[in-house]
Write a protein that binds this ligand. Structure first.
Ligand SMILES: *Cc1c(COP(=O)(O)O)cnc(C)c1O
Length: 417
């Protein structure tokens, strides 16, 4: 680990961010007359306030750099070069230090979230099959699991692709290799020739992790043309820090892209999805008509805030790689504590051993408890499960209260189980 990712002091972070902001355009001192952009309305957000001068993230928000486009690839808007370089460094940290890619071998950008990053991946692969294999749109399909995030359905709808879901085991949430085989064969029977496959690195509801070999063995065995994307929107800043010898890294040659969300486990502001892909693929979604943007646009979003990238970078370098491991270690320990308590009460739940999500069968919880503790159901209309997500603020003191509540309450009035 850690070629790019080094822990930094607050003073170093401040000087790096302020220096980067200085390298961007200055709307006050320079004559910048041609872009529909400026600092935030200074009647409301004053840059001269003393605290702002000490606060690199707030200053970034107020100076409002636009990170439109993809900065790991070709040219970018020169107006915001300073802070775009911080984003490039952040992409390297995520691709190389967290996901074991080789330095300089991945492209990426800070997307609005996991949804956009997943759609970006599927959009790229759809066009890749059309461009490189002369595929017809109808020949291409998406394969993911039943527990995959609903952004896959959005992508299928927007990009007009058929989507096939591999059923999961109701108890273990695992996908079996035979089931994958059946789904692929069903696709082939329906004349699908090109496969966009999504592998989960922690699902939203269960924290479960798909066994990537189960997909790649069967895809290879059935001679499929495929591209594999890993959805680590939830798990990207968690799982790689626990799982040694993870198969879900850029070392795995079958995988070409990842989604990570910094606004989940990394506690970054919303608007910080991370999209990462091996070099050579982004070109499939180059919108050349974006002719007013210097360097053109390879992203789904268009204009986006540079402050978001700066926030994620600040969070990662403030903690450093070892600080991050400690943070995740503490959450693992708390999750284990909670699982032990549930075991003592004979309550059925699902927990992946490398995850900080505990998903409890609804029959063990009554409605008062679930609403009092903000537990989230798999389905609001007919809940089968409720989850606890052990975040930074979910301390054992708070978990004790839930355990006491469960002990003292009558069993469920939740309908389905
Ligand atoms: C949250 C989540 C998403 C969607 O991310 P947004 O940032 O809400 O768009 C996608 N996949 C998984 C696994 C998620 O947990």
């Amino acid at each position: 680990m850690d070629t790019h990712w080094k822990k930094k002091s607050q003073e170093d972070i401040k000087s790096i961010v302020f220096k980067a902001l200085e390298e961007n355009v200055n709307y006050d001192n320079q004559n910048i007359l041609g872009i529909p952009a400026s600092y935030l309305d200074d009647k409301v957000f004053n840059q001269d306030d003393a605290f702002v001068k000490q606060a690199p993230f707030i200053s970034s928000l107020i100076q409002n750099p636009n990170h439109i486009g993809c900065h790991t690839l070709g040219k970018s808007e020169s107006f915001f070069q300073g802070t775009q370089d911080i984003e490039k460094n952040l992409i390297e940290i995520c691709a190389v230090d967290i996901l074991n890619g080789e330095s300089g071998k991945q492209d990426g950008y800070i997307a609005s979230g996991g949804t956009e990053a997943n759609i970006q991946a599927i959009w790229i692969y759809r066009n890749y099959f059309i461009n490189e294999h002369a595929a017809n749109r109808e020949d291409i399909c998406i394969i993911c699991s039943e527990d995959s995030h609903y952004s896959m359905d959005k992508a299928a709808n927007l990009l007009v692709l058929d989507i096939y879901k591999v059923p999961v085991d109701n108890d273990t949430r695992e996908i079996k290799e035979e089931t994958i085989r059946e789904v692929i064969q069903e696709c082939q029977n329906q004349n699908k020739k090109y496969f966009i496959v999504i592998c989960n690195m922690m699902t939203t509801m269960f924290g479960s992790v798909d066994k990537v070999e189960a997909y790649t063995n069967q895809l290879t065995d059935l001679s499929c043309e495929f591209k594999l994307h890993v959805d680590g929107a939830y798990g990207g800043f968690y799982y790689p820090f626990i799982k040694e010898d993870s198969q879900l890294t850029f070392k795995n040659q079958h995988i070409s892209s990842f989604t990570l969300d910094a606004h989940k486990m990394a506690q970054a502001p919303y608007g910080t999805g991370v999209f990462l892909i091996r070099k050579g693929y982004m070109q499939n979604v180059n919108t050349q008509q974006a002719s007013y943007v210097e360097g053109e646009d390879y992203t789904l979003i268009g204009s986006r805030s540079g402050a978001n990238a700066i926030a994620v970078w600040m969070i990662l370098v403030k903690n450093g790689p070892f600080g991050w491991q400690e943070k995740v270690f503490i959450l693992q320990k708390r999750t284990e504590w909670m699982c032990n308590q549930l075991n003592l009460l004979n309550i059925e739940y699902f927990r992946h051993p490398m995850s900080n999500i505990i998903t409890i069968r609804s029959k063990y919880l009554n409605q008062e408890t679930t609403s009092k503790f903000g537990l989230v159901p798999d389905n609001h209309a007919a809940p089968n499960w409720f989850k606890i997500v052990i975040m930074d603020h979910v301390t054992i003191e708070k978990l004790v209260l839930l355990i006491e509540d469960i002990k003292s309450s009558t069993p469920s009035d939740n309908m389905t189980n």
